[in-house]
Design a binder for this molecule. Structure first.
Ligand SMILES: Cc1cc2nc3c(=O)[nH]c(=O)nc-3n(C[C@H](O)[C@H](O)[C@H](O)COP(=O)(O)O)c2cc1C
Length: 475
C-alpha cells in the first residue's frame, strides 16, 4: 500500500510577461495585460515588495511577513489587492524552486486562467495524453490543449520527472526516484503541472477505449484538440487574426508564377462550346439537386465541360489592389481575399485533353501541363478512386493546394484553420457549379500530400496539398 508525502508546495510569485511596473506621478503604475492601477505614495516596504515581484519574485509568505514587520498594515492590504489584480488578468507567474534556483515556472496563457494552489497532487498521477513538451524561445515547456498555462522546465531533473510521469507515479514513487527534489520542490512542480492540466489520475483511461459516460474530451485525438484550442480564442492570448506578422514586405504574388510546360487554352462558356456545357439550371433547382455523384456516364468528361466548370468555379473574375497588395474576385469567398488555393486537374479521362497533371491558371483560364502519366500519377488516381468508393473509373481529379505563405504572411494562430475553411467554400462552389452544368461532382475527405508533392515537385510546407475533388460526366 502506498503512503503519500505531505510536504506542502512552495512557490515564488512574480510578474509574468504581461505585467509591468513603471513610475507614475508620486507613485507607481502596475500594468497587467493592458489594464493598470496606480499606487500613490506606496511607502518603502510596499515599494520593495513590488520591486521583488517585478524582479525575481518571492513567496507570498515572505512578502507578507516583510510588510507585517514594516509596521504598515495598509501596505499588506495593498499587496493582496495588487496580487489579485495581476492574478485575475493572468499576469502572475508561479515558480517552483530547488535550493533557491528555479525548477519550473508556470505562466498563464490567458486572462481566464485561475491558479489553484491546492490542486490535488496526491495519489497516483501520470501525464495526460494531451500534454506535450516543446521549445519556446530556448525554453523547454509543458502544455496541454485542455489547460490555459505553460510550465517552463528550468532544470533537467524537472524534465526527468516529466519523463517518469509517462507512467503512473505516486508522490512516494517520485520522492524515492528523485531524492534531491523530494518534499516541497516536487510538490510544487506537480502543482504547476496540475494547474496546466498536464496530469491526470493514474487510472484515467483517457479515451483508450470508446467512452461510455466518460469525459467530454475522450473522443478527441491529441492533434485535433490542440488544433481546435490553438486556432480558436479562449484558452490562449497569443496574437490572433490579421496581425500582418510578415511585416517585413509584400505577400507572395496573387498569381502563382507560370510553371514550365505546354499551355492549353481552355474553352469558355458561350464561345462556340457544346450546348451541354452551357445548359445551366435555375439556382434554386441547383440547390435542391446537388448530390455527390461517383458513377459516371459511358462517355468521359469533355474539355469543354472542364473548361466551363473551371471558368465558373475557380477562375479569377477580377484582380483588385487594396491595402498595398493584390487580391482576387472569385465565385468562392476566401478569408482576406488572399486566395491562396491552387487547383491542379489530374486528368485520367477527358475528351480533348491528354492524360497527365495540369496546373490551372485562374487569371488566364489556361492549363499548364506539368507532368506526364507515371507510376506516381497512377498511384494518386488509384488512391482517389479508392477514396471515392471505387465506383466509376475516374475522369478528372482535382488536387487543391494552398500557397501557405500568402495566408501566413497576414494571419496568426488561425492561419491553417482559415485555409481549410476557404477549402470548404471552394468545395461548395465546385459542387454547385458541377450540378448546374449537369456533371458528377464529389469532394474527397483526404489524400496523400507527400505523393502529390513528389508528383508536382512542390515543397510540401510551401504549397501542400490540402484538398481533393473528383468530377466526371453524369451517368
Ligand atoms: C469535406 C467532404 C469530404 C468528403 N469525403 C468523401 C470521401 O472521401 N469519399 C466519398 O466518396 N465521398 C466523400 N464526400 C461526399 C459525402 O459522402 C457526401 O457529401 C455525403 O454522403 C452526403 O451526400 P450528398 O453530397 O449527395 O448530399 C465528402 C464530402 C465532403 C463535403
Amino acid at each position: 500500500m502506498l503512503t503519500t508525502t505531505t510536504a506542502a508546495p512552495r512557490f515564488d510569485v512574480l510578474f509574468g510577461a504581461h505585467a509591468r511596473l513603471e513610475p507614475a506621478d508620486d507613485g507607481v503604475r502596475i500594468w497587467a495585460r493592458g489594464a493598470n492601477v496606480v499606487l500613490r505614495a506606496p511607502g518603502e516596504a510596499l515599494s520593495r515588495a513590488l520591486a521583488r515581484l517585478a524582479d525575481g519574485g518571492a513567496t507570498e509568505d515572505a512578502l507578507t511577513a516583510e510588510l507585517l514587520l514594516s509596521g504598515d498594515p495598509a501596505a499588506l492590504f495593498s499587496l493582496v489587492g495588487i496580487l489579485r489584480f495581476l492574478d485575475e488578468r493572468g499576469a502572475l507567474q508561479r515558480r517552483a524552486l530547488l535550493d533557491e534556483r528555479p525548477l519550473a515556472t508556470l505562466t498563464p496563457a490567458s486572462s481566464r486562467f485561475r491558479f489553484d494552489a491546492a490542486a490535488a497532487v496526491e495519489g497516483s498521477r501520470k501525464l495526460s495524453r494531451f500534454a506535450y513538451l516543446r521549445t519556446v524561445d530556448d525554453a523547454l515547456c509543458v502544455e496541454s490543449p485542455l489547460g490555459s498555462a505553460t510550465v517552463e522546465l528550468h532544470d533537467a531533473r524537472a524534465a526527468a520527472v516529466a519523463l517518469a510521469l509517462a507512467r503512473p507515479c505516486s508522490r512516494d514513487d517520485l520522492d524515492a526516484q528523485f531524492p534531491e527534489l523530494a518534499g516541497a520542490p516536487l510538490a510544487a512542480l506537480l502543482t504547476l503541472l496540475e494547474n496546466a492540466r498536464a496530469l491526470v489520475d493514474a487510472d484515467d483511461a483517457e479515451g483508450a477505449a470508446p467512452p461510455d459516460g466518460g469525459s467530454s474530451s475522450d473522443w478527441w485525438e491529441f492533434h485535433d484538440l490542440l488544433f481546435h484550442m490553438r486556432t480558436r480564442r479562449g484558452r490562449h492570448d497569443a496574437p490572433y487574426g490579421g496581425t500582418y506578422r510578415g511585416n517585413s514586405g509584400a505577400p507572395p504574388p496573387l498569381v502563382k508564377p507560370r510553371l514550365a510546360g505546354e499551355t492549353i487554352t481552355l474553352p469558355r462558356p458561350y464561345a462556340g462550346t457544346t450546348a451541354s456545357a452551357n445548359e445551366e439550371r435555375p439556382f434554386t433547382a441547383v440547390l435542391h439537386e446537388r448530390r455527390s455523384l461517383r458513377t459516371y456516364g459511358p462517355e468521359p468528361l469533355t474539355i469543354e465541360q472542364l473548361g466551363v466548370f473551371l471558368y465558373h468555379a475557380v477562375r479569377y473574375q477580377a484582380v483588385r489592389e487594396g491595402d498595398g497588395f493584390e487580391h482576387a474576385v472569385r465565385a468562392a469567398p476566401a478569408g482576406g481575399a488572399l486566395h491562396e488555393l491552387e487547383v491542379y486537374p489530374v486528368v485520367a479521362r477527358c475528351r480533348g485533353l491528354d492524360p497527365g497533371v495540369y496546373h490551372y491558371r485562374p487569371l488566364e483560364h489556361e492549363l499548364t501541363r506539368i507532368a506526364e502519366p507515371s507510376p506516381l500519377f497512377e498511384r494518386l488516381l488509384d488512391d482517389a478512386w479508392t477514396t471515392a468508393n471505387r465506383e466509376s473509373p475516374l475522369n478528372v481529379y482535382f488536387q487543391i493546394t494552398a500557397r501557405t505563405r500568402r495566408v501566413f504572411w497576414k494571419y496568426e494562430s488561425m492561419a491553417y484553420a482559415l485555409i481549410l475553411k476557404n477549402l470548404g467554400a471552394l468545395y461548395a462552389t465546385m459542387y454547385l457549379v458541377a450540378t448546374a452544368l449537369d456533371l458528377a461532382p464529389c469532394a474527397l475527405g483526404g489524400g496523400d500530400s507527400e505523393l502529390f508533392a513528389a508528383l508536382a515537385q512542390l515543397d510540401p510546407c510551401e504549397e501542400p496539398a490540402v484538398g481533393e475533388f473528383v468530377l466526371g460526366s453524369r451517368a
